[in-house]
Design a protein around this ligand. Structure first.
Ligand code: HGY
Ligand code: MN
Ligand code: MN
Length: 413
């Protein structure tokens, strides 16, 4: 079978493990999430890897080097998803390296480095607002305060872990040998239109955008929709609505198109059609390619939200749930990936491009050199959307380029 076709069939099979019968959603520690983990572990074993699961549910497959004491090349991505997302986000970056190791194993090939493929259990943070939870835990920098986060049903993260058979007390250090890491390489769909518009199957990431996420709470005064005169209202939902438009307005300003602002979640407490809303929560996600643009935009946005709250006589509180600095991908890793892409695709220099999306590579960059390979997204480059798609030819190209990268890989002296 065409290796790309086999990868896509596996994406589809894993995509059937969803929290919802109506769309693809796989959030941290749900039954669907744990079923996917079991399938991924089996795929790793079938590919000739020894498999372990760490204290937060990341599944790690190891393929030994040709000699003892070798460095370890880490690869991988995440197997959780956003709500109503696309099946390729994260999962492709797990299945492509597994396919490469399966090929090496079938031919009895061993490399000068060991390979570890990590399926991160929680990168999106969609259920508990815990972005990059699993990669932080992998490198020993799990933030224990997240154990108190609750999901939409009020379930504490710590309790969800115990229910799924994980012990929060065991999250106590790296789940890989950091000293042995040669580099980390992540294959991921581009989640944008550049490769599609330029007719390229693959690209090499130069840098990953910075980003912050907050959960905001607006507290006003609930009241009767029919009796409270407009000038006397402290309407939490109307205030939030003005704030949401203010975020969009500020993030549309400025010279750099890398500045983006999104409110993806809005929750009206005890929302009722004939009641003036007393309490509202909403999410804020602001990103930019560089720290200065992000910092200035943040300063302006939160100052404006405070001014709106003051003018409307509502209380505004915010908690930071995610904060990542911009991450440059390491030069030598980029160059090796670009050479492998060029040998695989031909057609001149590989396209290098920035990532507006965040990735586990940002966290691994705290402990080792990192690189990312992008795979063309179809359907206009859309992602975080069920229309997200990748062709079998491009999946095969990614597998072939990564295999070339592995077969020519020597740890940096
Ligand atoms: O939000 C992101 O950039 C990624 O999908 N976690
Ligand atoms: Mn994503
Ligand atoms: Mn992703």
């Amino acid at each position: 079978m065409n290796p790309g076709r086999e990868i896509l069939d596996r994406v589809a099979a894993l995509g059937r493990h969803s929290d919802s019968p109506d769309h693809y959603t796989r959030t941290y520690l749900t039954p669907a999430h744990q079923a996917a983990a079991r399938d991924i572990a089996q795929l790793m074993r079938d590919a000739g890897m020894q498999v372990r699961t760490d204290a937060v549910g990341s599944v790690i497959g190891r393929y030994e080097a040709r000699s003892q004491g070798a460095k370890t090349l880490l690869m991988g991505s995440h197997y959780d998803s956003v709500r109503n997302g696309g099946k390729y986000d994260g999962v492709l970056g797990i299945l492509v390296p597994i396919a490469c190791v399966a090929e090496l194993s079938a031919r009895g090939e061993r490399l000068p480095v060991a390979i570890e493929v990590v399926a991160f259990s929680d990168e999106e943070g969609a259920r508990f607002q815990t972005g990059m939870l699993a990669s932080r835990a992998l490198i020993g920098r799990f933030e224990r305060s997240t154990l108190e986060h609750r999901d939409a049903d009020g379930v504490r993260l710590a309790d969800a872990m115990r229910d799924a058979g994980f012990d929060p007390a065991k999250i106590d250090g790296p789940s890989v040998d950091l000293a042995s890491l040669a580099a980390y390489v992540e294959v991921h769909i581009e989640q944008g239109p550049v490769l599609l518009e330029e007719g390229r199957a693959l690209g090499v990431v130069t840098s990953i955008a910075a980003g912050i996420r907050n959960t905001m709470k607006v507290t006003g005064e609930s009241g009767h929709a029919g009796t409270v005169p407009m000038p006397m209202r402290h309407d939490a939902l109307a205030a939030a609505a003005e704030m949401i438009v203010a975020i969009e307005k500020r993030c549309k300003q400025g010279s750099t198109s890398s500045l983006v602002g999104t409110v993806g979640m809005l929750e009206v407490k005890n929302g009722t059609g004939n009641v003036i809303a007393g309490e509202v929560k909403f999410s804020v996600d602001i990103r930019a390619a560089d720290a200065q643009t992000l910092s200035t935009a943040q300063r302006d946005v939160f100052a404006e939200l405070d001014a709106i709250a003051k003018r409307r006589g509502v209380k505004l509180e915010g908690s930071r749930t995610h904060d990542v600095k911009p991450v440059p991908c390491t030069g030598w890793v980029q160059d090796r990936l670009a050479a492998a892409v060029e040998r695989t695709l031909g057609g001149g220099p590989a396209r290098r491009l920035p990532s507006g999306a965040g990735h586990d590579a940002m966290i691994l960059a705290e402990v080792t050199d990192v690189g990312m390979m992008f795979v063309r997204c179809g359907a206009g480059g859309v992602s975080h959307n069920p229309a997200e798609t990748v062709t079998a030819e491009d999946a095969a190209a990614a597998r072939n380029a990564l295999l070339d990268f592995l077969r020519t890989f020597e740890p940096k002296a």
